[in-house]
Design a protein. Structure first.
Length: 598
C-alpha cells in the first residue's frame, strides 16, 4: 500500500559520525556523541538519520573501507552503543538508515586477506584479479590490465607481487572491488544485510551501488577506456574507464535479487525499509526504472547531475560559477522525469560535496543567512525526499584552507600529489582544491562558541572552521530568524501539506538568471488531506508557488497568470518585511524567497 511508503513524507538527516560529536576526547566523533544529540535532531523535525559508516575499518577513506561489516569500529563505540542509538531514535519516532559499502571492502577484510593468499584461494574469485597485460612485466608502468583512472588518482590496479596478479580498486588501493559476478559474494552481502535488519535498522544508503556490475567479455576480460582526445597529451597515462563499470549490464538484476532476498515486505515484521542508491553517472532512464516500485529494486537514488553542473572541463577540481538556468533545467528534468514513476532524492550537500552556501549561495556576513535559507527553500519544496547534511541547517561554510597540510581527505591528498608530480604548481592545485575538497564538508560540527566549537575536549582530527564563533547550533537555536528555524519550518511544511509531498512540479521563468520560481499543484478533484493524515483538509492548499532570488542583487519578475496566488497566503518568507506583490509583479531583495499558497 502506498501509505506504507513512509519515506515519501520523510526528511533525512545525514550524520558523518567522525565529525559530529566526540564524547571521549580523542578528537573523533562517536556513537555516544550522536546519542547525546538526538533531542537536537528531534527539535529540527527530521524523520530519519543516515549514518555514514561506523563499521570496523582501517579508516583509509574514513570508514568507506570496511574490514568487518558486522562490528563497530572502536573509534566510534560498540554494538551496544549502536543498539542504544536505534532505541533512542525509535523512542522519538525516528528511524536509522545505515551506509552499505559493498562495491568494495577494505584490503584488511578477512575475505580479501584470504583472496590475496594465492591464486588457488577459495576466495580468489571474490575480488577482481587479473594478470599483467600480455607482453609486459607486472608492476611496471603500462602493465596494468586496463588503463582505468582511479577515482582517487593513479591506476585502478594494484600489483600484488606475492600472488603475481593485479587486483582492481576503483577507489583507493585499500578498497579492493568485490566481484558481484560471484554468487557467493552476493549471498554473503545479503546475509550481512539481513543481520542488520534483524538488529533494527530501517534501511540502507548504498555506496556507489551502480558500480557493482562491470562489463565483462566472454572470457572474463575487462577492456580499456577510451582516452579523451581533448586532454593535453601526457596529462595522464590513464583513461576514463567509467563506461565499463558504471550502470553495468547486470546492475538491475543484482538489485532485484537483493530486494527479493533482503528488502521485500516482511523483512522485519512487515516493516517497510527505505533504500537509496548512490549512483554517480546514473541516467534519468535508469533512475526511473530502478525507483519504479513495480521494478522492486530501490526506493530512490542519488543523482550527481545537478552537483556536477558547475564542473569544468577537467572535472570537479575546476569549478565554474553557477549558471542558474542550467541548474533549474536539470532539476526540472528530474522532477518531470520521475513524476509518474519513481521517486527523487533531493540534496545539495553530503560528506563529499562542498558547502552549498559557499558554492552557490553567498557566504559573506551580509548574505549568508538569507542565501542558506533560500537554497534550502528551493530544494525542500521540490517533490522527493530531502536530505540535510549535518551543519547545513546552520548555514555552515567552506573552510577552503590554502595549505595542503591542513587537509586529511585521501581524494584531496592523492590529487595534490598526482598534480604536483605532473608539474602543476602548489598555488594552481590549491586554487582547485580550496573550493571543492571533501574536507569542506568534514570540518567538525559547530555546536557552540567554546573551544573547538564544542565538538571535542581533545584535539579534533580535522581543524574546526574558525567561523564557529558566529555560526553554531547554540546561537541558531536561540535566534528565531536563524537558518535552523527556517529549516524546521520547511520540514514542518512537508509534514503537514500534501501539496509538498505530491504536487506536480512546473518550472516558471526557465531562462531567468537570478530567480528560481516554480509551482507545485495537486489535481483539482478529490479530497486533500494532510501529508500525515492529521491536518484539517480545509487548510490544505492545492497549489504552492515558490519564488526565490538566488543572487546577491535585487531582482524583479513578472509571473504571468499568477496574480491570484500572489494575493494568497504567504506561507514562508526569508524577508518578513518584503514588498508585497503588485499584481503579477514581484520585487525581491537579494536572496529573498517566498512561498505562496493557494
Ligand atoms: O567525491 C566524489 C566527487 O566529489 C565522488 O567521486 C565520490 O568519490 C563518489 O561519489 C563515491 O562516493 C562514495 O564512495 C566513495 C567514498 O569515498 C565516498 O565518501 C562515498 O560517498 C568510496 O567508498
Amino acid at each position: 500500500a502506498p501509505g506504507a511508503e513512509w519515506w515519501r513524507t520523510a526528511v533525512v538527516y545525514q550524520v558523518y559520525p567522525r565529525s559530529f560529536a566526540d564524547t571521549d576526547g580523542d578528537g573523533v566523533g562517536d556513537l555516544r556523541g550522536v546519542i547525546g544529540r538526538l533531542d537536537y535532531l528531534q527539535h529540527l523535525g527530521v524523520d530519519v538519520v543516515w549514518l555514514s559508516p561506523i563499521y570496523r575499518s582501517p579508516q583509509d577513506d574514513n570508514g568507506y573501507d570496511i574490514s568487518d561489516y558486522q562490528d563497530i569500529d572502536p573509534t566510534f563505540g560498540t554494538l551496544t552503543d549502536l543498539d542504544e542509538l536505534i532505541a533512542g531514535l525509535h523512542a522519538r519516532g525516528m528511524r536509522l538508515v545505515m551506509d552499505l559499502v559493498v562495491n568494495h571492502s577494505s584490503d584488511e577484510h578477512p575475505w580479501f586477506v584470504e583472496s590475496r593468499s594465492g591464486k588457488d584461494s577459495p576466495k580468489r574469485d571474490w575480488y577482481w584479479w587479473r594478470p599483467p597485460r600480455p607482453g609486459t612485466v607486472g608492476g611496471e608502468p603500462g602493465a596494468e590490465p586496463t588503463n582505468w583512472h582511479s577515482f582517487f588518482s593513479g591506476s585502478t590496479w594494484e600489483w600484488d607481487e606475492a600472488s603475481g596478479e593485479y587486483y582492481l580498486h576503483l577507489f583507493s588501493r585499500k578498497q579492493p572491488d568485490l566481484n558481484w559476478e560471484n554468487p557467493q559474494v552476493r549471498r554473503a552481502v545479503y546475509d550481512m544485510m539481513r543481520w542488520w535488519v534483524a538488529r533494527g535498522v530501517d534501511g540502507f544508503r548504498m555506496d556507489v551501488i551502480n558500480l557493482i556490475s562491470k562489463v565483462v567479455g566472454p572470457d572474463g576480460e575487462l577492456s580499456d577506456g577510451v582516452v579523451d582526445p581533448a586532454l593535453p597529451a601526457g596529462a595522464s597515462r590513464f583513461a576514463d574507464g567509467s563506461p565499463l563499470y558504471t550502470n553495468g549490464p547486470r546492475l538491475e538484476e543484482f538489485l532485484r535479487e537483493m530486494h527479493e532476498e533482503v528488502l521485500g515486505a516482511g523483512a522485519r515484521d512487515g516493516e517497510v525499509l527505505m533504500t537509496v542508491g548512490e549512483m554517480p553517472g546514473v541516467t534519468l532512464e535508469l533512475a526511473r526504472s530502478v525507483t519504479d516500485p513495480a521494478s522492486r529494486e530501490l526506493d530512490m537514488v542519488f543523482t550527481f547531475e545537478h552537483v556536477g553542473i558547475d564542473h569544468g572541463p577537467v572535472g570537479k577540481w575546476q569549478l565554474n560559477p553557477l549558471h542558474l538556468p542550467a541548474l533549474k533545467a536539470n532539476l526540472a528534468t528530474w522532477q518531470e522525469g520521475l513524476a509518474d514513476a519513481g521517486w527523487n532524492s533531493l540534496y545539495w550537500n553530503n560528506h563529499d560535496q562542498p558547502r552549498v552556501v559557499s558554492r552557490w549561495g553567498d557566504d559573506s556576513a551580509e548574505h549568508r543567512v538569507s542565501s542558506a535559507k533560500t537554497l534550502g527553500t528551493v530544494l525542500h519544496l521540490l517533490r522527493g525526499t530531502p536530505y540535510v547534511y549535518q551543519g547545513e541547517e546552520l548555514g555552515m561554510t567552506n573552510v577552503g584552507w590554502a595549505e595542503i597540510d591542513s587537509y586529511r581527505d585521501i581524494e584531496t591528498l592523492n590529487f595534490y600529489r598526482e598534480s604536483v608530480s605532473g608539474g602543476a604548481s602548489d598555488g594552481e592545485v590549491m586554487a582547485g582544491i580550496g573550493p571543492v575538497s571533501r574536507d569542506n564538508a568534514r570540518t567538525p560540527m559547530q555546536w557552540d562558541d567554546s573551544p573547538h566549537a564544542g565538538f571535542t575536549t581533545g584535539t579534533p582530527w580535522l581543524s574546526v572552521n574558525p567561523s564557529y564563533v558566529q555560526i553554531n547550533a547554540a546561537a541558531a537555536v536561540a535566534d528565531p530568524d536563524s537558518v535552523l528555524h527556517h529549516y524546521r519550518r520547511l520540514i514542518e511544511l512537508r509534514h503537514t501539506l500534501e501539496v509538498v509531498v505530491d504536487g506536480r512540479f512546473a518550472l516558471l521563468l526557465p531562462e531567468h538568471e537570478q530567480v528560481f520560481a516554480y509551482t507545485r499543484t495537486l489535481p483539482r478533484e478529490g479530497p486533500v488531506t494532510g501529508a500525515g493524515g492529521s491536518v484539517d483538509g480545509a487548510l490544505q492548499p492545492r497549489m504552492l508557488l515558490v519564488v526565490a532570488n538566488c543572487s546577491s542583487a535585487p531582482a524583479e519578475v513578472t509571473l504571468t497568470g499568477m496574480a491570484a496566488p500572489l494575493a494568497g497566503d504567504l506561507l514562508l518568507t526569508t524577508h518578513p518585511d518584503g514588498a508585497p506583490a503588485e499584481g503579477e509583479l514581484v520585487a525581491l531583495s537579494p536572496w529573498e524567497s517566498r512561498v505562496y499558497a493557494l
